[in-house]
Write a protein that binds this ligand. Structure first.
Ligand SMILES: [Zn+2]
Length: 200
């Protein structure tokens, strides 16, 4: 059953899930077009009957501020790195008592590094302390994965509610890896994402 409708920007960038009612309103008002619909199910709204939309696309491009959707937060940072220290490779549940996951700046702020996605990684408190304000080349530590900007975090809360048709559009825009990564995060959390993620 389709719970919500995936809304795409006019550029086909997946934006968010919207409730069916809101999706219909956007279509009726001419603000969005139906890209995919469940042809077997008809919805009636006022005097119009139409196939139930699964994916809609906004007619006008909506500018989503970069800082809004890509702000670095520990919630999304840890999720991006699969709750794993990017130096010693330990998962959050392997940490010892009093250890915790922290945000590490690969190039330390004190050395001119910025608080941006491509310069932050998840590190256990032990590794973070050990690295201190060194550059990787100075302390001989290595990253498991180079940090990347997660274009998809705002969608992570919705992934379990996506139908195959809807996931198809996320794959089209971001690639299959992103969908698999989201599904892995969901599985790891038992489907329970932090409240911050659900609020988006
Ligand atoms: Zn570590």
């Amino acid at each position: 059953m389709i719970v919500g409708c995936l809304a795409l920007n006019s550029s086909f960038e997946p934006l968010t899930m919207v409730p069916l009612k809101r999706a219909l309103r956007l279509v009726i008002d001419g603000k969005a077009e139906i890209v995919e619909a469940d042809r077997d199910r008809t919805v009636h709204s006022e005097h119009i009957a139409m196939p139930r939309p699964a994916v809609i696309r906004l007619r006008k491009f909506v500018h989503v501020p970069r800082r809004f959707r890509r702000q670095v937060t520990n919630t999304f940072l840890f999720a991006r790195d699969s709750y794993r220290c990017q130096y010693c490779g330990r998962w959050t549940w392997e940490l010892r008592h009093r250890e915790s996951l922290t945000r590490d700046h690969v190039v330390p702020i004190s050395r001119g590094g910025l608080n941006v996605w491509t310069n932050v990684v998840t590190a256990c408190s032990g590794c973070n302390t050990r690295k201190a304000n060194h550059l990787l080349s100075e302390c001989g530590m290595q990253l498991l994965h180079p940090p990347v900007e997660p274009h998809f975090v705002h969608l992570s809360w919705a992934v379990r509610r996506l139908t195959p048709t809807q996931s198809h559009y996320i794959k089209l825009f971001y690639g299959g890896d992103v969908v698999r990564q989201l599904e892995a995060i969901e599985r790891k959390n038992g489907g329970l994402l932090p409240p911050e993620a659900q609020a988006i």
